[in-house]
Design a protein around this ligand. Sequence first.
Ligand code: WT7
Length: 650
Amino acid sequence: MSEALANLLSETRQFPPPAELAAHANVTIDAYAEAEGDRLAFWAKQADRLAWSKKWDEVLDWSNPPFAKWFVGGQLNVAYNCLDRHVEAGRGDKVAIHWEGEPGDTRTITYADLHELTCRAANALTDLGVTAGDRVAIYLPMIPEAAVAMLACARIGAAHSVVFGGFSADSLSNRIQDASAKVVITADGGYRRGKPSALKPTVDEAVANCPSVDHVLVVRRTGEEVAWSEKDLWWHETVETASAEHTAQPFDAEHPLFILYTSGTTARPKGILHTTGGYLTQASYTANAVFDLKPETDVYWCTADIGWVTGHSYIVYGPLSNGVTQVMYEGTPDTPHKGRFWDIVEKYRVSILYTAPTLIRTMMKWGEDIPAGHDLSSLRLLGSVGEPINPEAWMWYREHIGGGALPVVDTWWQTETGAIMISPLPGVTAAKPGSAMTPLPGIVADVVDDQGQSVPNGGGGYLVLREPWPSMLRTIWGDDERFIDTYWSRFEGMYFAGDGAKKDDDGHIWLLGRVDDVMLVSGHNISTTEVESALVSHPSVAEAAVVGATDPTTGQAIVAFAIPRGSTDITGDAGEQLIADLRNHVSKTLGPIAKPRQIMLVPELPKTRSGKIMRRLLRDVAENRSLGDVTTLQDSSVMDLISSGMTGAK
Ligand code: WT7
């Protein structure tokens, strides 16, 4: 990446941790030096936060890279670590999950309850013939049974493969087939946008093409009528009647824990494999370090779906292994009204909130009056994950959700990394809006140029990881070659994350999006993220997406799509005026090289189900092509909405 990129950044605001938080933080600045002194000893110490049945012989075996073995020879049970040990320590009555259904029904589940449910599910799965090493597919809404199903698999050593409930029958059946899952755990449906949304028909269609599946376990959630076949069993007749006595067996540290498929925008999904000891060590440590979890007093809420890795590491394994109380919410943020999240924060006195930039920008669009009408005084820490967070969205989050005082931790990681890798430490780091700041203790990340050379401060390039880490993916399920090709072949001896990044003058890391999202304009590399951030920094813009469109003169030209904030008038000349203002605003903020050729004002942006902008479709619009595959869109009508509501189209 070139100088043009290096010159774009001008963010200078910086926010030190609140004194009170810093004074009592779980992790202090010493952790960095400690890990630098002896990285493996540092991780061994974090592994010791868990209960092991058998201690490891060696922390890391890296004799056959990129195939890592962590805590070699050690044995443990993940579910025991998340449940039994809290119950045995007398904390069984502590609430594990305050669950809130979308229609407003609630369940309060203690650690003892969760332990009992998990034991019953473990016994039921065993009765159905599931044994250690088998795979179980989970296709559930955000109900407590999702966590129970995952923990039950972990308890008996079966790898779970959770498939997000929004995926189609085809996607589900591909994933079931790829892992040869024996059992599928699903529900009749869940609640979304105020009504039942069926899941079972999708499973029926998928399972018809999956000979590996012997049984389908069905949770009754909506009570809607479902078709029934000889493979189907009701959860309440199978799990809830099974014995509540179950002794967890220890498994090898490298025993598979789960497979989670990442949906690339083009290629066949990759089954990312995570194993037991290293994964739990880092998920547990990072939850404790980055969210400063205080199990006695905190109420933690991660708004992700369990179908994504965020739900795996920061709803199930990280928080539960730390024994914290958390909130789990089934539905959408605007059902029955746009203040639902803040109702939940107020009701459960949530103290730590972990959410995604796409949601923060949506909240910005809805306006600050909505959170302002709620008592958010219980909050003490805010987190963000999933995409680069634009500085303005970061500021809005701190200002309007955090009362202008709370630390915001922007956490960079991936399905592949298993746990948070780059993030501020809330009691240590003076965070800059929009920067993930520094690698966590024990993590060695860098930004390198095309040749794999470390770039100096102020330079931009590719984000890499230079040393193995405990929760790293072990391979792509069934495809070691693809694992090597995808992650370990671009730069010798380094893990290539696929993200562009830069180091600022202080050496802090700024993520710039996937490298495929970098535009080449008149020979200059310009990141879509930076132009988007410039647009969002204008008071009339709520959200923006930028793509590079083929241009006869400049190679690629910048084309932007912007959603105006709620009250902005964009009718007639006002729309044209705003577009002109925005082009000048970007030019002034980032330099003339980054001035968009064209800006279109739109009511919505196309997003994947995990909230990432599908720039591929916007590129089709920008280049006047018919649209490519729209099946991974969260809302398939959004592209019609965009073409019909566009201001500024030529
Ligand atoms: C990709 C991984 C990690 C859980 C959710 C996404 C982007 C993620 C950040 C961040 C900038 C981020 C990257 C990464 N990403 N967090 N804080 N700042 N970009 O998991 O679906 O595997 O996606 O999400 O591009 O490579 P995922």
